[in-house]
Design a protein around this ligand. Structure first.
Ligand code: MF3
Ligand code: CO
Length: 270
């Protein structure tokens, strides 16, 4: 399958899905508290997606049983909501998506609930900033691998973190996961040229220790092999027909954050 190039009208529908995902993530960020079960967060997301007139792209995906992925501490991604209780100081990573009229949005964030360990907070900040650097690097005319290069360079400039190798970003459109796969590391200057109509989910995943992971017996939850804590941030963004980017899953379209990196967003999707 070739990379799916989206028209402006299609990107406008993706923006609707992305904006609902952004609001749903915000709602979860505000609601999450020490003592809650992880499946209570899932219920909040499911209700909000339904209220938005959308459906979940996670539920039923290769048999996935829930609306969100929620991963605590040494769980890095793809944790299944259940009866686990959120404890003070836990690093919680939440990933969520939605479909509107057949078009997908996908985004994730990590947060520390309760009293934060400063080293954990630094890891989250580094992971989030690397995502924005990746998006800024993935501009029209750049090559795909420029994204992973920017992500890895930034992370390595900030300390010793493991960057997951087996998981990465992806094209997004009429499917949640499309070509191309987007590595979070590597050399610049390789791969397809990024052009208007590209839509990509950028999602660095890092740990405070080793990059090596294993999957639990539930066949989903990805944990670090050395039990080090991890972080995961994700946004879906597109290149509009004017050649400028727009972050579909950010409430402001990524305007503020990308401006601080010297990148102007498209006005075609606001
Ligand atoms: N949203 C994840 C990603 O970022 C995929 C989640 S897999 C699912 O690519 F099964 F939970 F949906
Ligand atoms: Co994704």
């Amino acid at each position: 399958m070739a990379i799916q190039i989206k028209s402006l009208d299609e990107l406008k529908i993706m923006r609707q899905a992305g904006l609902l995902v952004a609001h749903t993530l915000d709602l979860m960020r505000e609601s999450i508290k020490v003592g809650m079960r992880t499946d209570a967060i899932d219920a909040i997301a499911a209700a909000n997606i339904k209220r938005g007139g959308a459906t979940s792209n996670f539920k039923g995906y290769h048999g996935y049983p829930a609306t969100i992925c929620i991963s605590l501490n040494e769980e890095i991604v793809h944790g299944i909501p259940g009866d686990r209780i959120i404890e003070d100081g836990d690093v919680v990573s939440i990933d969520c998506g939605a479909i509107i009229n057949g078009w997908h949005g996908d985004a994730a964030f990590s947060v520390i609930v309760g009293k934060a360990n400063p080293e954990d907070q630094k890891m989250l900040d580094v992971c989030e900033e690397s995502m924005w650097r990746g998006i800024a690097a993935g501009k029209s005319g750049a090559r795909l691998s420029d994204i992973g290069y920017a992500i890895e360079q930034y992370i390595n400039s900030q300390g010793r973190y493991g960057i997951l190798q087996e998981y990465g970003g992806h094209g997004i459109g009429t499917e949640m996961h499309q070509e191309p796969h987007v590595l979070n590391f590597g050399k610049a200057g390789n791969g397809p040229e990024i052009t208007p109509g590209f839509a990509l989910a950028i999602e660095p995943m890092i740990t405070r220790g080793s990059a090596k992971t294993r999957v639990l017996a539930d066949e989903w939850t990805v944990v670090s092999q050395d039990n080090s804590r991890g972080a995961h941030f994700e946004n879906s963004y597109a290149i509009a027909p004017d050649g400028k980017p727009f972050v579909l899953t950010a409430i402001d379209g990524g305007r503020a954050k990308l401006a601080s990196l010297g990148v102007e967003i498209s006005s075609l999707l606001s």
